[in-house]
Design a protein around this ligand. Structure first.
Ligand code: ATP
Length: 456
């Protein structure tokens, strides 16, 4: 990795920790490898993203939102193929006993090699013959072998093979197995979608890159069911919708790109998969994916459960719908939004300020209410409390430290506007609005505050 990039990302992470976006998980015990907890500011952003996703992917499209469980009947994972096929390829360096993902090693050292075109044996040969030093150590490579990524757990008091089950590695299967329940109870007509937001777990061989790849993460997934003849159309539709969504949240156009999977790369059931990638500090990486999964999942669950998951059309014929799946990882999206927004700006007086140029739609707070000095705090609190009680604006209040320091603090957490209450506000009823990005200030009447922010 480029040293500058490495430094940049370490600065961003340090900033996010200092400001209360992320904390190291179990920190007082020395942490847990590549596991992060979210503080109040990150939670506020995540809540905004989730509610915007629900608005765009569910409400406006008249789709349905469900909430299925993390632990499901083990047969689900047999049917979905996860028990047999959900593996990454692991290779061990026997000199330091470290384990790696074979594809990651190759991508790190030979970025131009199109690994999809090589067999496992060929990849193993490349690693064994060409990589004599890796990760600061001499090498003595073992053989490549598949490693299943599902987290095993046990349900109930008896610990045996029948109590063994898994934490879900994706939320999608909870949707497929509820297809019949939902289409019956809601009398939904094709095409329609079922979505859910929730935690997923993958025992990644090498979790890394901050919150890009972790073992516990959150997904927002939609399965959009339609007839085969419409599937190409909806596949494209949801690709565009997903792209518009991340742009709407504020990601810069030049930092995202669409990548369609080659034939070699497609999972055996997929009729087409496209990723939206983001230019992370370590290079382009998958932010989210859109797949045309065809009839695969419903067919598999019919086969394994013996239940019909067919859809009865108005003309009396039965079909198994196609499923188009836009799948978004919330943590990766949060990461992309935060680094995209992180700016260090040089000021005239040779000073600098750190700004998170987050879009107002996702900023933890839209407005900070600040008395110029403690003397104005009762007036300021009155305005703050009024906005809290009477509007949906996300507001915060701060009176500690100099006004300059407080502006910097709000810049650093991405608050687009500050309202400052000064000496004269009591008499003239005028406050100052400061813009985060331009630092320009304008004055308005207290009575105009609500309208001002409604019209922005
Ligand atoms: P990768 O190739 O990076 O492992 P994937 O292709 O296996 O990802 P999908 O199965 O398509 O990922 O999962 C859908 C989305 O869930 C991804 O686009 C990503 O945003 C998110 N995601 C998947 N695995 C992780 C993880 N370990 N940590 C954080 N987010 C993840």
């Amino acid at each position: 990795m480029d040293n500058n990039l490495e430094k940049d990302i370490q600065n961003v992470i340090a900033h996010l920790k200092n400001q209360g976006f992320v904390y190291q998980n179990s920190e007082i015990y020395g942490g847990l490898v590549n596991t992060w907890d979210y503080g109040p500011l990150a939670v506020a952003i995540l809540n905004q993203i989730k509610s915007l996703w629900i608005n765009e992917f569910i409400r406006k499209e008249r789709n349905f939102l469900i909430d299925s469980k993390i632990i499901m009947n083990k047969s689900v994972w047999k049917a979905s193929g996860h028990i047999d096929n959900f593996s990454d390829y692991l290779i061990e360096n026997k000199i330091n006993n470290k384990r790696y993902r074979a594809d990651h090693i190759i991508k790190d050292l030979f970025p131009d090699l199109d690994i999809e075109k090589y067999t496992l044996e060929q990849l193993e040969t490349i690693i064994k013959e060409k990589i004599k030093k890796y990760d600061g150590s001499e090498t003595n490579w073992g053989n490549i072998r598949p490693f299943n990524l599902m987290f095993k757990t046990q349900m109930g008091a008896i610990d045996n093979a029948t109590s063994e089950t898994f934490l879900r590695p994706e939320t999608a299967q909870g949707i497929f197995v509820n297809f019949k329940n939902l289409s019956r109870s809601s009398r939904a007509k094709l095409p329609f979608g079922i979505g859910q937001i929730g935690k997923s777990f993958r025992n990644e061989i090498t979790p890394r890159d901050f919150i890009f790849r972790t073992r516990e993460f959150e997904q927002m997934e939609l399965e959009f069911f339609c007839e085969e003849k419409d599937s190409e159309h909806f596949y494209k539709y949801w690709i565009n919708k997903a792209k518009d969504f991340v742009l709407m949240l504020g990601l810069k156009q030049e930092n995202i790109r669409l990548r369609e999977h080659s034939k070699e790369e497609l999972s055996h059931y997929s009729k087409g998969t496209s990723d939206i990638e983001y230019l992370f500090p370590f290079g382009w990486g998958e932010l989210l994916g859109i797949a045309n999964r065809g009839q695969y999942d419903l067919e598999q669950h019919m086969k394994f459960s013996g239940e019909s998951l067919e859809y009865l059309k108005e003309d009396g014929t039965k079909i198994i719908p196609y499923a188009i799946e836009p799948s978004i990882g919330l943590d990766r999206l949060l990461f992309a939004l935060l680094i995209d927004a992180y700016v260090i700006e040089k000021l005239d007086n040779n000073d600098e300020r750190i700004i998170l140029k987050l879009d107002r739609k996702i900023a933890p707070y839209e407005i900070a209410v600040l008395p110029l000095m403690k003397k104005q705090s009762s007036e300021a609190k009155e305005i703050f409390n009024y906005l809290l009680a009477n509007t949906n604006l996300r507001v915060t209040y701060d009176e500690s430290g100099s006004i300059g320091k407080r502006y910097r603090r709000q810049d650093a957490i991405g608050t687009p506007y500050c309202i400052t209450i000064d000496f004269d506000t009591t008499t003239n009823k005028i406050v100052t609005i400061r813009n985060r990005d331009t630092m320009k200030q304008e004055t308005i009447l207290i009575s105009e505050i609500e309208n001002y922010f409604r019209n922005k």
